[in-house]
Design a protein around this ligand. Structure first.
Ligand code: CP
Length: 311
């Protein structure tokens, strides 16, 4: 099986080849279905979890994945660290490398921080030793591990992605999940419609069809992906009543034969009604969270381990 080179970074979807994406998905499903032996491929690896933004799913599924693969996991307290004294991010990572860390899993609101930290090495500053940087959600631009776990989830429902119709609904402008998913799923031939009010549109996104009427947007959809309204990133006042009236997904307006996805966290009764979330359709959303563990195991095994495969 093709795996990434040891100690490779995971920056964004565009840095991955299509073969690498397929290999991660295959490995994730092997972990999930126990068709590969679980080995401590990360034994002896020290991993720092650096989360500048809150998280439930990503944080704990990474932590669980690391534990399952035998790594030692350390939580980096962003408030108690010396970043609060003004230390810059490159110096922080470099000192973690010097202490003995092999990888940092990073969530940040700063777009481009991970790429910039890696690129610094090409200029005047060098890392003390190799240290892998893994993107666990960056600004409004990228959340590659979420897109990979969504890819795994979609593959469980549909054998062939080519020609599938996906409709993404909601706050697309502020959604790093939407951007990474569009980038990944376009490569596999998925036709993507985006449904959003003008204040949540982002016309710089390519290869999607924009809609403003829900009934048109979800027509013939195989997958409908709702997004959280990201109140923390919005400066203007949002007319929630208007949003709910025109864009909320309900048991009545969601087509019967599509799957419903949402990266979480969900604002109940805003993006999706509680009735729909509590129905059979809502189960896929928890399946996404479940698949997050196996997908992150596959990512970690491919970036940090990858030396104890059966083949
Ligand atoms: N989907 C996602 O990133 O959820 P968390 O913010 O809880 O990690």
């Amino acid at each position: 099986m093709h795996v990434l080179d040891n100690l490779k970074h995971l920056i964004d979807i565009k840095s991955l080849t299509t073969d690498e994406i397929e290999a991660i998905a295959q490995k994730a499903l092997e972990f999930k279905n126990s068709t590969c032996t679980l080995k401590n491929t990360l034994e002896g690896k020290n991993v720092a979890m650096i989360f500048f933004e809150n998280s439930t799913r990503t944080y704990f599924s990474f932590e669980m994945a690391l534990n399952r693969l035998g790594a030692s996991v350390y939580r980096f307290d962003t408030f108690k660290s010396s970043i609060s004294k003004g230390e810059d991010f490159f110096d922080t990572v470099n000192n973690l490398a010097a202490i003995g860390f092999d990888a940092c899993i990073i969530r940040t609101s700063t777009d481009g921080l991970i790429r910039k930290t890696i690129d610094e090495q090409l200029k005047e500053r060098k890392f003390f030793k190799k240290i892998a940087l893994i993107n666990a959600g960056e600004g409004v631009s990228s959340h590659p591990t979420q897109a990979l776990l969504d890819f795994v989830t979609i593959k469980e429902y549909f054998k062939n992605l080519d020609g599938l119709n996906l409709t993404i609904v909601g706050d697309i402008r502020h959604s790093r999940v939407a951007k990474s998913n569009i980038e990944l799923l376009n490569r596999f031939g998925v036709h993507i419609k985006c449904l959003a009010p003008s204040y949540f549109r982002d016309d710089t996104i390519q290869n999607v069809e924009w809609h403003s009427v829900l009934e048109d947007a979800v027509e013939n959809a195989d997958i409908v992906m709702a997004l959280r309204i990201q109140k923390e990133r919005i400066q203007d006042i949002i007319e929630f009543e208007d949003y709910i009236k025109n864009y909320q997904l309900t048991e009545q307006n969601l087509p019967n034969d599509c799957i419903l996805m949402h990266p979480g966290p969900v604002n109940r009764d805003v993006e999706v009604t509680s009735g729909l979330l509590n129905s059979k359709k809502g189960e896929t959303i928890l399946k996404q969270a479940h698949n997050g563990v196996f997908t992150r195991m596959a990512i970690l095994d491919s970036t940090l381990g990858g030396t104890k495969n059966n083949d």
